[in-house]
Ligand binder design. Sequence first.
Ligand code: ACO
Length: 332
Amino acid sequence: MKGIEIVSTGSYIPGEPIPNDRFTEIVETSDEWIVTRTGIKARHFSNGEPTWYMGAEAAKNALEMAGISAKEIDFVLVTCCTPDYYTPTVACMVQREIGAVNAGCMDINCACSGFVYGLDMARRYLNFDDVKTVLLVSVERLSQMIDFTDRSSCVLLGDGAAACVLRAKEGGRFASVLAADGAAGGVLNARHTRRESPFLDESKRGEYFDFPEVRWDALYMDGKEVYKFATRVFPESIKEACSRLGITPNHLSHLVPHQANYRIVATALKTMGIDDHSKVFLNLDKYGNTGSASIPIALDEMNRQGLLKRGELVGVCGFGGGLTYASAVFEW
Ligand code: ACO
């Protein structure tokens, strides 16, 4: 199978940074607590921009870097767990906005693992000749599901978008591990609004088990359980993806994890025996956890800073709602 080339990258970060101190106005917290527990110093929130708009702006940014027209895109793949509509998809709205008139369009929802799942899926499409160019957009407007009175979750998250133009790479090394633990999904959930039919038999209401804990209008998170899950699956899946290429994580030139919490990353590095922390890229101090957008926002920042050289091996690892997790190793 052919590998993948990330031809170009782009991103869109809404509004001004919201520093930790601003949260002291709305919940009982402190900059010191947030920084020491997570490493996050600021994040950005949508100033009304819908999800599709942020995704489209990131896409335009990536198309500009690639120097190609939107008409050349065969497939628009969007990763998102915070879409604007049940239908149309974010992918269709991005297509409409950028004029990718020759593209098939699809959303995938794997929460914070979305970018890695999307990369794997794009690569599989690109191995067939009828798909030459994929636009992969990862966008989240997590503020639309945050309870801003819940201090244990609201300080962690942010909004943002990133995009990549992808093509197949003959002989390019690529390995991925996609996984999930649906049985544990309740520890991180956010429920859709749900209407009921007028013919509902009231005696049946509540008969169907979703999860023991659901916030009907916002994100529910058991931080400790998510933490335990993340520190286990991050090293496991990165090591597995590396071993499929006959290498260990120490052989990677760059490791770009989901930007959830610096303590999760530090623990995972220790488990993997990675002493060279300079190969790990973190920007969660500026953006917080932007869900599936966090890894490609980091890749775009690295790319624009000239940190990524063609042929270098990059490892990415996402973990989050589902619970899902996924790692990939590929040649830049
Ligand atoms: N400010 C001040 N105190 C707080 C805050 C806050 N923002 N939030 C919680 N606390 C308090 C708690 O109430 C608790 O107080 P108590 O002991 O009186 O009950 C105390 O701080 C310690 O809380 P812990 O939960 O033990 O703190 P911990 O060190 O575990 O850190 C954290 C919490 C940061 C949430 C950690 O568990 C974590 O990072 N988990 C993973 C979260 C994650 O990555 N989620 C994915 C995000 S969702 C998504 O990706 C879409």
